[in-house]
Ligand binder design. Structure first.
Ligand code: PGA
Length: 262
């Protein structure tokens, strides 16, 4: 297993944005991305209607882009759904799958999430699989079990070679948009569960992201945790200043690590 000396920062726009404000945000990110150094990779996952705009603004730049969900079907009579091959036609390379807002508000099961991940992979898109517990589940001492079960559903259906292509995001539902984040100890425990589970499947370093209330003020502390390969960032990714400040924090932590090993 090779530990990546890099951080991936993915903005999850959720249901936010307008053509004019997106243009300003994307332009600023493109202008500043180069100053972050090659180890910090930026990406944005936009609402479907803005995919063409993301393509126009980000194609041939160092910033990746993608969407926040894909259908479990490739095509057919599924009103309102958008398939992975459609998204791929716009050059998207990432798709968030199984975000807690889909699991909870749209009753998506872990089995459905697994099929969606498969469809994304078939279309050449990297799924960012979200796992995480609710506050009630944490209080009931169920965190490890919930995360293990959510990930197992995906690992059960994917070929090993496909598992190696995943990105996993640990996003406790109670930390999303609340300003609360898990302690380093709580995080360490969950990352150990996920990493052990992944290592039992594939001997490669699958990136593990953290998501939930990440902001410039807590970014450096979070990125100092060596298990964290990056972040899925909601509200703060809608502001170029905040998103770039988080990216800068990642860059600082990486250069401190390099100094340490000199
Ligand atoms: P937040 O959302 O950063 O606004 O808490 C993160 C997410 O839901 O991906």
């Amino acid at each position: 297993m090779k530990k990546q000396q890099s951080k991936l920062l993915v903005g999850n726009w959720k249901m936010h944005g307008r053509l004019a404000s997106n243009a300003v945000l994307l332009h600023t990110l493109v202008q500043r991305a180069a100053t972050l150094g090659p180890q910090v990779q930026l990406a944005v996952c936009v609402p479907y209607p803005y995919l063409a705009q993301a393509q126009t603004s980000l194609e041939n730049t160092p910033i990746d882009y993608g969407v926040q969900d894909v259908s479990a079907y490739m095509h057919g009579a599924y009103t309102g759904e958008v398939s992975a091959p459609m998204v791929a036609e716009f050059g998207a390379t990432l798709a968030i799958v199984g975000h807690s807002e889909r699991r909870i508000f749209h009753s998506e099961s872990s089995e459905l999430v697994a099929v969606k991940a498969q469809r994304a992979l078939e279309a050449g898109i990297t799924p960012i699989i979200c796992v995480g517990e609710t506050l009630d589940e944490r209080r009931a001492g169920q965190t490890d079990n919930v995360v293990y079960t959510q990930l197992s559903a995906v690992l059960n259906v994917l070929e090993k070679a496909d598992v190696a292509r995943l990105i996993i995001a640990y996003e406790p539902f109670w930390a999303i948009g609340t300003g609360r984040i898990p302690t380093a100890q709580q995080m360490q425990k969950v990352y150990t569960v996920i990493r052990t589970q992944l290592m039992a499947e594939v001997n490669v370093h699958v990136p593990l992201l953290y998501g939930g209330s990440l902001k410039p003020s807590n970014a450096q502390e979070l990125f100092s945790q060596s298990e964290i390969d990056g972040a899925l960032i909601g509200a703060a990714s809608l502001s170029a200043i905040d998103f770039l400040a988080i990216a800068k924090a990642a860059s600082t932590v990486l250069s401190e690590n390099l100094d340490y090993f000199k």
